[in-house]
Design a binder for this molecule. Structure first.
Ligand SMILES: [Mg+2]
Length: 161
């Protein structure tokens, strides 16, 4: 059982198939940590979105600000577990790719040793696609940063905007 204070608990949104392997890994970690999962879209309640994209991929794109930064210990542990399970998690942030940003993220995630992509404000999905990277799961507090408001990713994950 988690010893987290109520104020430190995060609410995650996931509306995909509950039997998909990647979700089962994450769900277990969330439960152990005392975080919540909801399956209905409510922007006032949800802290972080889990959005399924390309099911054949094993890349997991995790946002930095208000996502990993919201519970660093939890996410470092999750990243290590996902790597062990054969997935390829990495950081994808809208931040500018300058040295200070990279150093801050790299220092905190040192033990996890994963790639860091900084898109400089460009939509993440398009940016990664240009590098040949298709993503299985997005973990992000701000879905418009992934592909704007009108992308198919959202209705497919039962987000109506
Ligand atoms: Mg963010």
């Amino acid at each position: 059982m988690s010893t987290k204070d109520e104020d430190d608990k995060l609410t995650f949104f996931y509306s995909g198939d509950p039997d998909i392997e990647i979700f089962r890994h994450i769900e277990t970690s969330l439960q152990e940590e005392g975080h919540y999962v909801v399956e209905f879209y409510n922007e006032f309640l949800i802290d972080i979105y889990l959005l399924l994209d390309k099911l054949k991929s094993n890349y997991i794109a995790i946002d930095w600000d208000n996502t990993i930064s919201a519970d660093q210990e939890f996410f470092i542990d999750l990243i290590l577990k996902l790597k062990k399970a054969g997935y390829s998690p990495f950081v994808c942030s809208l931040r500018a790719p300058d040295k200070d940003n990279i150093r801050e993220i790299r220092d905190i995630l040192e033990i996890a040793n994963i790639p860091i992509y900084l898109t400089n404000g460009k939509p993440k999905r398009k940016y990664l696609k240009s590098l040949g990277i298709k993503v299985l799961l997005w973990i992000d507090d701000f879905y418009p940063g992934i592909c704007g408001d009108s992308c198919k990713l959202l209705p497919r994950n039962n987000i109506e905007v």
